[in-house]
Design a binder for this molecule. Structure first.
Ligand code: 8YV
Length: 318
């Protein structure tokens, strides 16, 4: 009997691969593979594990006649055509609880690195510019500042929980009232305009949807406090990067930390890459050994459940 074929579009933790290999043929696409590689190697797949780099398009879903299930190794499903998957009775599920803590910890790491100019300080020491400690490397305390969290879901709430220990004033904007988190952390729900105009630091934790696409653009930057900081580990296209670049150049923003970009990887001529007051990381919010192992095992377990005729946890519908 033919073994099920599972296509893995980006590198995942070996423990997930080993789990699959007990029952399936596993084809791992090399780093940097594209949609063409998926079309050429994936059409006979019974299952697909995706991390977000390669879009799972209607074209692929219509051609992959054996496909039964798509595992999103992570939480964001904006790169999967959910309508096409539903039309072709392909199950889609994600692993939303596997990466919360890692992304929240990276958010706090980037906030502190931004306020204390850690990346610039490292470069200064390496270049023998010790005296900069008396000038542009004097940072800003997090204590006492107002932090605005845009999106108070699993990750936003985990960020708030960690920031509580820094004696900050926490605000959030979310379409959904998060009463339990408000009571637990003393975080206050406000309108978007109030959050933007009163926060010293703004961190984004919303999914990419038609409503959140470019939700931070010129108008929103104009509302922000002079010298505010912006952190984004959600999706690059939540921010209008042209408007962001202008806000950074004008000094409206004192700085930004970006783990995600409108186009990934960002083009070499992206003006953000030449600005001193930006920290740039390559979409590694969830990239810890622990989260990667959890996402890989949960993805593999969900795929095996689906291939055996069951329903995996965390099915995502259009
Ligand atoms: C993935 C992500 O978690 O989960 C998401 O939505 O943005 C990614 O960080 C990561 O690539 C692991 O698959």
């Amino acid at each position: 009997m033919r073994r099920y074929r599972v296509i893995v579009t980006e590198p995942i933790h070996p423990d997930g691969i080993d789990l699959l290999r007990r029952e399936c043929e596993v084809v791992e696409l090399p780093p940097g593979a594209d949609e063409g590689d998926l079309l050429s190697q994936g059409l006979e797949a019974d299952a697909l594990i995706t991390r977000g780099w390669i879009r799972v398009t209607r074209e692929f879903l219509e051609a992959a006649h054996r496909l039964k299930v798509v595992a999103v190794h992570g939480v964001g499903t904006d790169h999967v055509d959910l309508e096409a998957a539903a039309e072709h009775e392909v199950l889609v599920f994600n692993t939303p609880t596997a990466l919360t803590e890692s992304v929240a910890e990276m958010t706090v790491a980037l906030i502190l690195s931004l306020l204390r100019r850690v990346v610039a300080a490292d470069g200064a020491v390496r270049r023998g510019e010790w005296e900069r400690k008396y000038s542009d490397l004097v940072g800003v305390e997090l204590m006492g500042k107002t932090v605005g969290i845009l999106g108070l879901g699993r990750i936003g709430s985990a960020v708030a929980r960690r920031l509580k220990g820094f004696d900050v004033n926490l605000l959030y904007y979310d379409k959904v009232e998060r009463r339990e988190v408000e009571e637990e952390l003393g975080i206050r729900r406000v309108g978007l305009e109030e959050l933007l105009s009163t926060s010293d630091i703004i961190t984004l934790h919303v999914p990419l949807t038609p409503e959140t696409h470019h939700m931070i653009s010129s108008r929103e930057f104009d509302l922000m406090k002079e010298g505010a900081y912006l952190v984004n580990l959600a999706r690059g296209r939540v921010i209008d990067e042209e408007a962001l670049t202008e806000a950074l150049r004008s000094g409206k923003l004192a700085g930004a930390a970006l783990d995600v970009f409108e186009e990934e990887p960002p083009r070499r001529d992206n003006p953000l890459l030449s600005l001193e007051n930006v920290i740039l990381t390559p979409h590694i919010g969830a990239s810890t050994r622990e989260a990667m192992r959890r996402m890989a095992i949960q993805s593999a377990e969900g795929v095996l459940t689906a291939l055996r005729g069951g329903i995996p946890p965390n099915v995502v519908k259009p």
